[in-house]
Design a protein around this ligand. Structure first.
Ligand code: NI
Length: 171
């Protein structure tokens, strides 16, 4: 178990498409466990493999996590090769991202989604999510397609934020 380095904008790796996972071995389980450690270490709700420099269609999430309660049990789940089967309604929630330091923004997302994914053993699973859970899944799935939440912002605002993030990364 280990806390991994999280890549931040403008790291070019964050723009890459992740690859389908085809081998469900011990290495994959260890990567997922390390990603969970990293997510808790940085008080995140979710973390996608490309954020730690691994180009795999994998993310971890724990919507029950309470950053202010270190005794709270950890209930993270790994989602491998997730596919959206259904998306309905819309919602705007404020999002942040461990790869986009210091910024949060309201982004339009589906209110309800159903996804299919593999667990770490390779079994096919299905889950329906709404509200914050649905937002988290959509946000993490974007990472697998090389997309960040700031990519949804209007061009002028996005450029301003990107400029400041680039400065921040140079410091
Ligand atoms: Ni993110």
């Amino acid at each position: 178990m280990a806390v991994l380095k999280v890549l931040t904008y403008p790291d070019p790796f964050l723009k890459k498409n992740a690859q389908e996972v085809t081998v469900f071995n011990q290495e994959l389980k260890e990567l997922a466990a390390d990603m969970a450690d990293t997510m808790y270490d940085q008080s995140g709700l979710g973390l996608a493999a490309p954020q730690v420099g691994q180009g795999l269609r994998l993310f971890v999430a724990d919507l029950t996590y309470r950053p202010n309660d270190p005794e709270h049990p950890r209930n993270w789940i790994a989602y491998v090769n997730p596919m959206i089967k259904k998306g309905e309604g819309e919602q705007f929630l404020e999002e942040g991202c461990l790869s986009v330091p210091e910024y949060r923004a309201e982004i339009k997302r589906f209110q309800n989604i159903t996804i299919e994914y593999n667990d770490l053993e390779g079994n096919l699973k299905k889950v329906t999510a709404e509200g914050l859970f649905a937002v988290c899944i959509q946000h993490e799935m974007d990472h697998l397609a090389g997309k960040l939440f700031i990519d949804y912002l209007p061009p002028l605002k996005r450029k301003m934020i990107q400029k400041r993030l680039k400065k921040l990364a140079e410091e």
